[in-house]
Design a protein around this ligand. Structure first.
Ligand SMILES: Cc1cc2nc3c(=O)[nH]c(=O)nc-3n(C[C@H](O)[C@H](O)[C@H](O)COP(=O)(O)O)c2cc1C
Length: 375
């Protein structure tokens, strides 16, 4: 069990243990994308609770790439100061905070459709999940998005985040470019896997050029999209290997997309009861092809199973367990090794659409929690 609390390195960054808080969007930022005090408090509590690395909830790189209301922004320099308060609170509490950068493409909360001029993606089609038309991105537009990623990463570094994660999973824009089912382009961004990965490679290079060699960059990717025709496990491993060769500092491996949920009943937020550790096979497939550390996300709840997985991978990440128990890492460190109390009921997802992130089993969901029936 001790391996959970062994330090490790992501690039130049020393991380005190192998328990990572995976990105968790909170619905607790203001209209302009600045974090509210409650978001700062919640994140600081997880830092105090001992998580080795905290990946902040996803932040949009441009207003066009915003996927949900009340999410954090990284799209303009005015946000650097408010974001620095979030970073300061976490680092004061002994934690390490990474930013997660996102352009949502056509995967979004339908409630924000009215603010969109258009939904963009690799190829023109009716989005198979939201049912709205998708406009094919022009080459100039793609290059602007690459620039937006680089500028957002610069702001993250200036605000005091200690690493940036590029969100390339869960059916968002970069994942759509990787997927043959969504990317039917005939230019350099489509066709073979190497071409479908061009956007991700360009984003990585632009971010690296901006933050420098010593600042850790990692990605979150789907090890399998969850349906035939989407990103397959072999393809995910090849993309991971190409980024590893370019100098990527770590890879967090998830699986599933909203399209996979629709076609194959498999989303990236797994329901309860779950088969703990069932996705580690995708992380292992990638681990076999790369030198950089690999983090496995999804469903981890039991110290014994986590410790076993850590014999083969570098770290595990968790989202929902830290919502219910911000002090989970320290509880386990202190010797109470009962599994995480989270039952994966997914009511936390309802709360981010309403009063903001919380768990209905403690007093974090506040008002909204009282109106939800318990599972
Ligand atoms: C409330 C909530 C918000 C989430 N927000 C994000 C996010 O901003 N970015 C992301 O990559 N994944 C997000 N996820 C997915 C989690 O990071 C994680 O991949 C998934 O919940 C499975 O891990 P778990 O079983 O430990 O919860 C979210 C999940 C939940 C429950």
């Amino acid at each position: 069990m001790n391996n959970m609390f062994q330090p490790w390195k992501m690039g130049t960054l020393e991380i005190k243990n192998r328990l990572v808080r995976s990105a968790t969007v909170e619905g607790l930022s203001m209209d302009d994308g600045a974090p509210r005090q409650r978001l700062i408090d919640i994140t600081q509590e997880i830092a105090r609770g001992g998580a080795g690395l905290i990946i902040a909830g996803t932040a949009y790189i441009s207003h066009e790439g915003r996927g949900d209301k009340n999410t954090t922004g990284m799209d303009n320099d005015k946000l650097i100061e408010p974001l620095s308060r979030l970073c300061g609170a976490v680092h004061t509490a002994g934690g390490i905070l990474a930013a997660q950068l996102l352009h949502c493409g056509s995967t979004l909360n339908p409630e924000i459709l009215p603010e969109k001029k258009a939904l963009y993606g690799p190829s023109a089609m009716i989005d198979p999940v939201c049912g709205h038309p998708v406009v094919e991105l022009s080459k100039d537009h793609i290059l602007r998005i690459v620039d937006d990623y680089a500028n957002a990463a610069r702001r993250a570094k200036q605000a005091g985040f200690r690493a940036v994660q590029i969100h390339a999973a869960h059916g968002y824009l970069i994942n759509q470019f990787l997927s043959a089912s969504r990317n039917r382009r005939k230019d350099a961004y489509g066709g073979s896997l190497e071409h479908r990965a061009l956007l991700l490679h360009q984003v990585y290079e632009a971010v690296r050029g901006t933050v420098g060699r010593d600042f850790p960059i990692f990605i979150k990717m789907s090890g399998y999209d969850g349906f035939p025709g989407g990103v397959e496990p072999d393809e995910a491993a090849r993309v991971a290997a190409s980024l590893d060769a370019m100098g990527l500092d770590a890879i967090e491996v998830s699986a599933g997309t909203p399209e996979g949920a629709k076609k194959g009943g498999w989303d990236h937020i797994i329901p309860s009861p779950f088969d703990e550790g069932s996705l580690v096979k995708y992380a292992l497939k990638i681990k076999a092809k790369v030198r950089c550390p690999v983090i496995s996300v999804e469903g981890w709840r039991t110290p014994l199973k986590i410790a076993k997985a850590l014999e083969q991978i570098d770290a595990v990440s968790m989202s929902r367990p830290f919502i219910r128990e911000p002090g989970l890492a320290n509880r386990w460190l202190g010797g109470d090794l009962t599994p995480a109390h989270c039952i994966s009921c997914n009511k936390c997802l309802d709360l981010i659409m309403g009063s903001g992130l919380g768990c209905i089993f403690n007093n974090r969901g506040e008002d909204k929690a009282n109106s939800l029936s318990r599972p």
